[in-house]
Design a protein around this ligand. Structure first.
Ligand SMILES: CC(C)(COP(=O)(O)OP(=O)(O)OC[C@H]1O[C@@H](n2cnc3c(N)ncnc32)[C@H](O)[C@@H]1OP(=O)(O)O)[C@@H](O)C(=O)NCCC(=O)NCCS
Length: 170
């Protein structure tokens, strides 16, 4: 099976925070942001796998900075690691300064997608080879995150989570 790189899956989307996307204090509603994240992450997973994909888990979302009504928000998603049928996708979210155009990071999310066929059966996706230092770091850490997600979901016994045990010196 052909090896692919994280760059092959890169997917970006730019949104403007409209009144319908805000909460009661006039900031971007977390649920709207999650929908944008899930959508662009699915595109990245599709670009990597060339198949239909479903969201298997939302592993982590950090809401670091409140985002104002009218803000321009850019989401950039990339597959960080592929396993069997599953892929980890990291989504970096930036806000653009309306005067200077400078982009600052506002959120990061990590999701797991699974490649499926039209009947919902899972199938193997191509491996991924990281290239940049950041991609290599994310690739290595993805195995720990996968084990944590599987333990939390009750799909892996804690004592089988070798990467987590090594991390905590157990
Ligand atoms: C995700 C789904 C396809 C998994 O199906 P399954 O029959 O349990 O299949 P498997 O046990 O073979 O798991 C498939 C892969 O998902 C991974 N996976 C499943 N749950 C996971 C979780 N919580 N965290 C991380 N990985 C997970 C498994 O480890 C496996 O990965 P691998 O093939 O890389 O080793 C199935 O649960 C599903 O269809 N869920 C609903 C998805 C959905 O509706 N999403 C929202 C709308 S898109």
């Amino acid at each position: 099976m052909e090896k692919r790189h994280p760059q092959d899956s890169i997917s970006t989307s730019t949104k403007v925070v409209l009144p319908n996307d805000t909460n009661t204090i006039g900031k971007l509603f977390g649920g709207s942001l999650l929908a944008w994240i899930d959508e662009i992450a699915a595109v990245a997973a599709h670009r990597h796998s060339g198949s239909l994909v479903v969201t298997a888990a939302i592993n982590n979302v950090s809401f670091t900075k409140p985002v104002d009504l009218g803000a321009i928000v850019t989401l950039s998603a990339k597959v960080s690691r592929a396993f069997g049928s599953s892929m980890e996708v990291i989504i970096d979210v930036f806000i653009e300064d309306l005067v200077t155009g400078e982009k600052t990071s506002s959120n990061q999310a990590i999701l797991t997608f699974v490649a499926v066929d039209r009947n919902g059966a899972t199938y193997k996706v191509p491996e991924i080879t990281p290239e940049t230092d950041e991609e290599k770091e994310r690739y290595v850490a993805a195995l720990r995150r996968r084990q944590l997600s599987l333990v939390i979901a009750g799909r892996m016994k804690p004592d089988e989570a070798t990467e987590l045990k090594a991390l905590f010196g157990m």
